[in-house]
Design a protein around this ligand. Structure first.
Ligand SMILES: [Zn+2]
Ligand SMILES: [Zn+2]
Length: 228
């Protein structure tokens, strides 16, 4: 897997020819020092499980109370979940065009919309689809619009890289901001579609991570796109 080319916590890279030590339990994370490893444990501990090659970390999004009017705090709704390659998300899930356009290709699986014998139900937070919107107009497909009521969905990266709750939170925030952009109705100086680019997302995410990090939230160390 990835993560050996830089420290998972501080993103430092090792001297040429040398390598940082990997977490001995999961072999996924790597750290430049014991200090970085310890500081990062509160974040990493949740997903520090030995994975087999046919497993990947996804996230389950759960809505506990759709009528809740309190401010949405995404991390409360996101739970890490280890998915094996025979999970139905890989055969019946739908890809999310907007996230794909910005370079984070996600597949979304709704336990009610795609699950066996499930009744129709909306599966994203606050009763509105966010991730599964079309890149042409920002609308959810008809099958999603027809659904009502809370439900659950699972998301995973199509490229097999692990998905973190922090990344998903930043993506949600990005899409919500895109929706509020006047360009979606052709009244702005730039087209909405022009914003669906990896560079725009990366600038947005970097700032988002920085703001959360400044607010003292763990897990929002400097954002950068994982290239390996
Ligand atoms: Zn470090
Ligand atoms: Zn680990």
């Amino acid at each position: 897997m990835s993560s050996t080319t830089y420290c998972t916590k501080c993103k430092r890279t090792p001297h040429p020819g040398s390598q940082f030590k990997k977490c001995s339990r999961c072999r996924m994370a790597a750290y430049c020092s014991k200090k970085c490893q310890m500081v990062h444990w509160d974040v990493h501990g949740e997903i520090c499980v030995p994975c087999s090659p046919n497993e990947v970390w996804g996230i389950r999004i759960t809505v506990k109370n759709s009528n809740s009017t309190r401010t949405w705090k995404p991390l409360e709704y996101f739970q890490h979940e280890l998915l094996s390659s025979n999970h139905p998300i890989f055969s019946r899930g739908e890809s999310c065009p907007v996230t794909k356009r910005v370079g984070v290709p996600l597949i979304i699986y709704s336990t009610r919309l795609h699950g066996e014998g499930g009744t129709a139900g909306l599966n994203e937070t606050s009763g509105k689809p966010r991730l599964r919107v079309e890149d042409s107009d920002g609308f959810a497909p008809p099958s999603w619009q027809k659904c009502e009521g809370p439900g659950e969905c699972i998301v995973v990266r199509e490229d097999g890289k692990p998905l973190t709750r922090e990344l998903l939170e930043a993506l949600y925030s990005f899409i919500v901001d895109l929706m509020a952009y006047p360009g979606i109705t052709n009244e702005a100086w730039a087209s909405w579609q022009g914003l669906l680019a990896p560079s725009v997302w990366q600038m947005y995410a970097r700032k988002y991570y920085q703001a959360q990090n400044n607010a003292g939230r763990l897990g929002f160390d400097d954002f950068f796109p994982l290239v390996d």
